[in-house]
Design a protein around this ligand. Structure first.
Ligand code: UDP
Length: 327
């Protein structure tokens, strides 16, 4: 059967694996994944699926085969993680911009619809925002201090701008997604993300390391809810838009998160306040509160997140425990 084909760049990452499982379950599309496994682990079940072609290569190096035809492209490839990005400092901009341009060219050439995964980091860190309401104005961004985190956020913002401007002169169908703190089972704890770190610490009895005073707030969203939103946007007729994705019911402070994880794992770990710059060097930068307004997405496609923060923590705690026992 001649199924339609989807390209997923960075498709072996945390988000990509959930996305591909959904596409395999809910459609009859074939999938080509290009991923160099630089910050992810191969999922054999996905890679060996009859409908999947897995190419282990850096998307920057990958040569598009002749006569290849995709009708949808999810662009997930990117350096990620507050610690994960540090080793790419000074190069993050080049990587993100060149890869976005490359994927846009492919989309234009094939008339494929493109989803670009941007970031909530484009909103920056506004010192006046400490008691802010929701991040709602998609076009309002605040340039904070120069940091590696900023190189990442600004490159993602520039990617959004490039796509918008390219779509004026070329037949480019695209949408950008700004995810807010996506978590779920099997998230890599080496990239610095908070939930897998706290879980590992709690389950191994090490101190749980809260950075700063722990009052900073985040909006935690299960990766399946994110993937639902991305998929709904891709399958809709919408183009040229930017959407926040984050579950506004799951806003909590990092102190509360630490306490919930400690409780869910029956852990005896201490909860310590630490300075992250002591752990990762001066280049490590904090964001402040990240709270999305998702009215635009809800109105456009009827997105409805299903996972509460407590359910996310208990699922991830059980799976992480099993994983730690096995390894
Ligand atoms: N965080 C923390 N301890 C850790 C890891 C992270 O207190 O061991 C905090 C971090 O400073 C941030 C929040 O948890 O305020 C979310 O961190 P993450 O790195 O997951 O995402 P981001 O800061 O990019 O939103």
């Amino acid at each position: 059967m001649n199924r339609e084909k989807v390209l997923v760049t960075g498709g072996m990452g945390f988000i990509g694996k959930f996305l591909e499982r959904k596409i395999l379950n809910e459609t009859d599309y074939n999938i080509t994944i290009v991923d160099n496994l630089s910050s992810s682990v191969l999922d054999e079940k996905i890679a060996n699926d009859k409908r999947v072609q897995f190419i282990e290569e850096d998307f920057s190096e990958w040569a598009l085969p002749d006569n290849e035809k995709y009708f949808q492209i999810y662009h997930l490839a990117s350096p990620v993680g507050p610690v994960g990005v540090l080793k790419y400092k000074g190069k993050i901009g080049k990587i993100i911009i060149e890869q976005t341009y490359k994927v846009a060219e492919i989309a234009i050439k094939m008339g494929a619809k493109l989803i670009d995964i941007s970031t909530s980091e484009v909103y920056g860190k506004n010192p006046d925002d400490e008691n802010e309401g929701q991040r709602e104005d998609i076009n309002k961004v605040v340039p904070p201090n120069i940091t590696v985190r900023l190189e990442y956020g600004v490159s993602k913002l520039l990617s959004e701008i490039m796509l918008k401007n390219l779509s004026i002169d070329f037949p480019l169908k695209y949408n950008c997604i700004r995810p807010f703190n996506i978590i779920g089972p099997s998230q890599n704890d080496e990239l610095g993300f908070v939930m897998p770190r706290f879980l590992r610490q709690a389950l191994s009895g090490e101190p749980i390391t809260i950075y700063g005073d722990g009052k900073q707030k985040r909006t935690f969203t299960h990766v399946e809810d994110l993937v639902d939103g991305i998929f709904m946007v891709m399958e809709s007729d919408i183009t040229g838009e930017i959407f926040n994705i984050g579950n506004p019911r799951n806003v909590i402070s990092i102190r509360e998160l630490a306490e919930k994880i400690k409780e869910a794992t029956n852990s005896y770990s201490e909860i310590n306040l630490v300075n992250p710059k002591k752990l990762f060097g001066d280049e490590f930068a904090e964001a402040w509160n990240k709270i999305p307004n998702v009215d635009k997405l809800v109105k456009a496609v009827g997105w409805k997140p299903n996972w509460s923060i407590d359910d996310i923590i208990s699922e991830a705690a059980i799976l992480k425990q099993r994983y730690l026992i096995k390894t």
